[in-house]
Design a protein around this ligand. Structure first.
Ligand code: AMP
Length: 363
């Protein structure tokens, strides 16, 4: 199946062709026609399945093929994409730009931790598509900077993660200020009762599509466990990186200071590494991510929340330096490799003392 057969308009097909994608991924095959047809959508898809294009492409298609709302000269915000955290919001907006490059559609990203000024002038200039994290969106709304009354399309991306991050109240506040009549899409990697309740509240007779089995990981990821004593974890990591010539490794730690200590150790070993976590400034995080993407940086050490949604094409190695607290986090972490059919490897360090709550017991 080709992108042409999904019914997308020519400027979008041209932009897709330039990215080099020839075949839609399973989520794209299902979501694109469903969104174009209208109606709400509940999509079970984890990061790495191509879900961003799955909602961005039909959204841009619909914005281009339906008349804009009548306003006094200025563009009205017609589509809102809510997604956490900042890095992912920036990546989603980049996708909107990439796919919409041959369309007269303006987009903007809005997140916290940076000044409000540039966002304010962006809003004043007028935009069609807004990608935002919930907190900053509400800040702007409370200050009267934002008119959401003309929203026709609403996407709640990474809904499960947003709830994990404690955004449920913010999401409810956002839902309350959006117009009742709109097309809504909810994407979530996992389906908890809370997600189901949110879906019931937001969606109107949604079409349900699911591409990966619930709470499972992509089959292209080789998953390995290394039993290792706590005091040997760092050495094992350095050894594997050097021995196997790993050039791009995303390492997860649970704590911020643990991430910093690991970076110091790796640097002493002659391995380039940086950490991203909540205590790092936005500019430090952006720099680390871009150096990691270009390959200047061999190792990126991240905590779960900071690493959320990091999108790197064909990331070959993910290391769980410490196991996450809950299985869903494991699914999210290793979802950063083996994307869109590429092969990846996820390795978990497992200290015996930590195995009690995991199904990797020795029996
Ligand atoms: P996502 O699940 O949206 O985070 O996308 C995962 C990765 O798949 C991204 O790096 C995309 O650039 C890539 N991707 C998206 N659609 C396709 C496609 N049709 N073919 C190949 N790669 C794709």
């Amino acid at each position: 199946m080709s992108f042409e057969s999904l019914g997308l308009i020519e400027p979008l097909l041209k932009a897709v062709a330039e990215t080099g994608y020839t075949t839609p991924t399973p989520i794209q095959k299902q979501a694109i026609p469903a969104v174009i047809a209208g109606g709400d959508l509940l999509a079970g898809a984890q990061t790495g399945t191509g879900k961003t294009a799955g909602f961005t492409l039909p959204l841009l298609h619909k914005l281009s093929t339906t008349p804009p709302p009548v306003t006094q000269g200025k563009r009205a915000i017609r589509a809102l994409i809510l997604t956490p955290p900042r890095e992912l919001a920036a990546q989603v907006e980049e996708s909107v730009r990439v796919y919409g490059k041959y369309l007269p559609i303006k987009s903007m990203v809005m997140f916290g931790g940076v000044g409000m000024g540039p966002q304010l002038s962006g809003l004043r200039n007028g935009i069609d598509v807004l990608v935002a994290t919930p907190g900053r969106l509400l800040d702007h709304h409370q200050q009267g900077n934002l008119d959401l009354s003309k929203i026709e399309f609403f996407v709640l991306d990474e809904a499960d993660r947003m709830l994990d991050m404690g955004f449920i109240h913010d999401i409810k506040k956002v839902l309350a200020i959006l117009p009742a009549k709109k097309q809504s899409l909810l994407f979530s990697a996992t389906f908890s009762d809370e997600i189901k309740a949110l879906a019931e509240r937001l969606l109107n007779s949604p079409q349900v599509i699911e591409v990966a089995r619930r709470n499972t990981t992509a089959e292209t990821i080789a998953q390995k466990v290394h039993p290792v004593g706590r005091d040997k974890k760092k050495d094992l990591l350095a050894h594997l990186i050097k021995e196997n010539n790993w050039h791009q490794v995303l390492v997860f730690t649970r704590m911020k200071h643990g991430a910093n200590r690991l970076v110091e150790f790796l640097e002493k070993e002659g391995i380039t590494a940086m950490a991203i976590h909540g205590n790092k400034s936005q500019s430090a995080r952006t720099r680390a991510l871009s150096e990691f993407k270009t390959g200047e940086l061999q190792v990126l050490v991240a905590t779960d929340i900071a690493a959320r949604g990091i999108d790197i094409d064909q990331l070959p190695h993910v290391v769980n330096f410490e196991l996450p607290n809950v299985p869903e986090d494991y699914v999210h972490r290793i979802g950063r490799t083996g994307r869109a059919g590429a092969e990846g490897e996820a390795v978990s360090w497992c200290a015996w003392t930590k195995t009690a709550s995991w199904p990797t017991s020795r029996n």
